[in-house]
Structure formats: C-alpha cells, structure tokens
Design a protein around this ligand. Sequence first.
Ligand code: SAH
Length: 416
Amino acid sequence: MSRTLHPLLDAIAPIDPRPLKLQVSNSALAGLHRGYPWLYAERIKEESRPGKPGELAVVFDGKRRFVAVGLHDPLSPIRMRVLRANKPGPIDAAFFAERIARALERRKPLPGTNTDGYRLIHGESDGMPGFVVDRYAGTAVVKLYTHAWLPHLRLCLETLLEQQPLERIVLRLSRGMMQHPEYLYALEDGMILYGDPITETLSCLENGLRFEVDPVRGQKTGFFLDQRDNRARVERLARGRRVLNVFSYNGGFSLAAARGGALEVTSLDQSGPALESSQRNFALNAHVPAVAAARHLTIEDDAFKAMAELVRQGKKYDLVIIDPPAFAVRRSQVKDALVAYGRLAHLGVSLLAPGGDIVLASCSSPVSPEDFRRTMCEAAARAGRPLKNIEETSHALDHPLDFADSRYLKCLFAKA
Ligand code: SAH
C-alpha cells in the first residue's frame, strides 16, 4: 500500500505570501461582518494586484480596519471564500488543523459500528468553504468546488490523515473546476491521491444497512448521505406497508423501508444502473430477516410518466417517498421547479391508500422551505387529499447549517 500523497500535489505552485488587499461595496462589508462566507466579484471596488487561485485576500473597511480574510479565486464569480471574519489571525497549518479538528469533533456523536458513511467536512458550514469530505469506511472522498484549495491541498490532506486514520483519499472536482483544466496541475476528477487504486466494490454502513459506493462515478460523492435521518424515519413508518420509493437511486429509502417491515417496496428510477445497484444493496443486506422478507420490485421509467400510469391502473401504496434530484440550482428556475414539485405531490397523494403517509423532499437550494411547503400543500389539496400532521425535517448532524444559503434539503412527512 502506498502511504504517501500523490506526487502531483508537490507540483502545485506555492502562493505569494503577501495577501491581496480588497476594497468592497458597503453591502458586501455588511455581509462579511455578519459572517456571510462568500464575496462576489461584482462587489469588489479595488484589488491591490491581480491574484492567482488560492492566494489569500484581505478585506479592509473604509477606515482600514480588518474585515475578513479568505481564499481568492479569479476563475469563479465567488471571488473570495472567507476563512476568518471580524478577527484577524494567521492562515497557516495550525489554522487548518484547528478547522479540521473542530469538524471531526462535531461528528463524534455519529459514528459507531453502525454508520461509517458520513460527511467529515461540510464546506462553508465547517469553516472550509468549497471543501467537502465524505467518508465511506476507510475511503475519504475530497470534493473541491474551487481551484483556490489546490495550493493548500497537500497541507490539508496531511492534516486530515493525522487526525483521521484513512486508507485512501479520492479527489472529486466540481464542474466549474473542470472548465479550467489549465489550472489543475494535471490533477483529474476521480484520481486517487492517497492509498491503493480501487479494485473492488467499496461499501459503507448507514445505521447498520450496507450500501455499495462508487466514489468515482457515483452521484455526488457516491451516496446521498444527507438523507440518513429521514431514512431512519421512513423505517419507523414502514411496518406491514406497501411502499413506493420514487427517484430511488441506489435504494437508500427502499432498504430502510424493507428493514422497517414493509411487505413490498417498489423502487422507481429512470436509471437502469441505479436500480441494479439498489438490487445489489438488497442482496448485500439479505442477512437482515425483514429485508429478505420484503418483496422488492423495480420500475425503470420517467417518474412523472410512471406515476401517472400507476394512477391510471388504480395502484395504491401505504407509504410514498418522493426525493427527486435538484430541479432548481438558480433562482430563475424556482418557478418551474415548484410546478414540477407540485405535479409530483399531486401524483404522490393520488397513489396513497386511505391513511397513508407521504414523504416529499427537495434538495433545490433556491427553493425556500416556505415555498416548498405551500406548493406541496396546495397540490395535495387540489388532488382532494390535503396533507395532515405535517412534520418538516432537514439536514443530518454531519451536514450542519451554519449560514442561510447552506440550507438546501427540505423534507415533509405527512398523512393525506
Ligand atoms: N432518493 C435518493 C436520491 C435521489 S438522486 C436517495 O435516497 O439516495 C436522484 C435520482 O433521480 C437519480 O437516481 C436519477 O437517476 C433519478 N432521476 C432523475 N430524473 C428522473 C426522472 N425524470 N424520472 C425518474 N428518475 C429520475
């Protein structure tokens, strides 16, 4: 086993130790004072010099007082990601070590023998903006959202390895980063930065259920870790029921429902490989009697089309879970997204047997919890099945919400 970091990390040019000095608009100053973690390019009035990705930039107010220091990124509309605000201090090895230690400390209540798939570092909300680390047993997946981390990557990974024993580190790069390959120092999405190549299927445990994980080709970093608590809730609702899991991906909610005692679970997804993965995950957990006892069916089709067809056939389920991909990533897409969510809620309640439960999730960050809830309630009422006993849940503990924009996941549990 190779126990050193990938040599390409040594080829990343070190940063100029003199930070850039920035003058910014008053509204940006107010945001930074409040702890907002991003500074957009259009808010910058003056830059002391042109900067390179990953250099430090310091913002001063009109009276030359320190406001914030962060990582500069000339390639992104988010020109600076804040590391420290209101109180100056060094950005050095000790700083990164402290941030990483604090993030790991927050997850202390979480892992145990039952869960070894969880988020170690959640970017902005853990004081490491644009830097995400998910852990799947001994493999960590580091997902970067800005080139600005590259000059600091070696130091951060060494620090992470000191604090958290790991067998392997996989690098994932955001789409925005891959648009500027000339700044990647030959690093590639999916590269192994530490440890051995992946030769067998990796897996992780979530509350004792085993899931296969593909950190290189899988969605996000391989698994939707943010739904852990909601899956546990679904498990508690599933006993003796017929369950429909729409947008099932690799079957996270399906397995939870099966272990909870569901008689039958239908996973619906348009992706054949995702459904095959869900079937393998049922097989991986066949030693759990309730999982072995539940009948698992799959439907490979577009969710809107397939649900309309199930309604036409007069199918009924006792528990329907609808957890689609993000329909909106920009504000301009919110209106269309709400229409789509409304259609799904309408179809979902139409498939519910009397007294059934519905779970509606949205991971579209520009869609507010209020708009989501209202749209879901209106759509269900229009279908003649108003939502009752609504409970709203959000992110699990390893996806902390330390600033407003970081809230993306919304989930409603209701009867209809
Ligand atoms: N609920 C899942 C995560 C969903 S990810 C979990 O708990 O892990 C979104 C899934 O929606 C993907 O698997 C994708 O293949 C599927 N998908 C996207 N658009 C779809 C559509 N129109 N119809 C059916 N499935 C779709």
